[in-house]
Design a protein around this ligand. Structure first.
Ligand SMILES: [Zn+2]
Length: 88
């Protein structure tokens, strides 16, 4: 695979491949927990208008987050599939 050296894939946790993800605007889980990071590239994901953060992403069943860029560029290679967000 010519692109298998993408540095972000080294951060992929075991079990990520083939996971279902849900696209969702970021909402802080608690007042004391106002952001997460993309598990692949460590992009900050937070509610608007947080500087230097994206404001939506793809969340996994275990509440890990992927940024839109990583889902767009690596989602297919990781076998990720988007499912409807029944919490939306
Ligand atoms: Zn990312």
């Amino acid at each position: 695979m010519p692109e298998s050296d993408d540095w972000r894939l080294r951060n992929a946790p075991p079990g990520l491949a083939g996971s279902a993800v849900r696209h969702r605007p970021y909402r802080m889980p608690r007042p004391s927990w106002d952001h997460d990071h993309c598990i692949l590239c460590w992009q900050k994901i937070a509610e608007a208008p947080t500087p230097d953060a994206v404001h939506d992403g793809y969340v996994l069943a275990n509440d890990d987050w992927l940024c839109p860029e990583c889902f767009a560029t690596l989602g297919e290679r990781l076998g990720l599939h988007e499912v409807r967000d029944d919490r939306a």
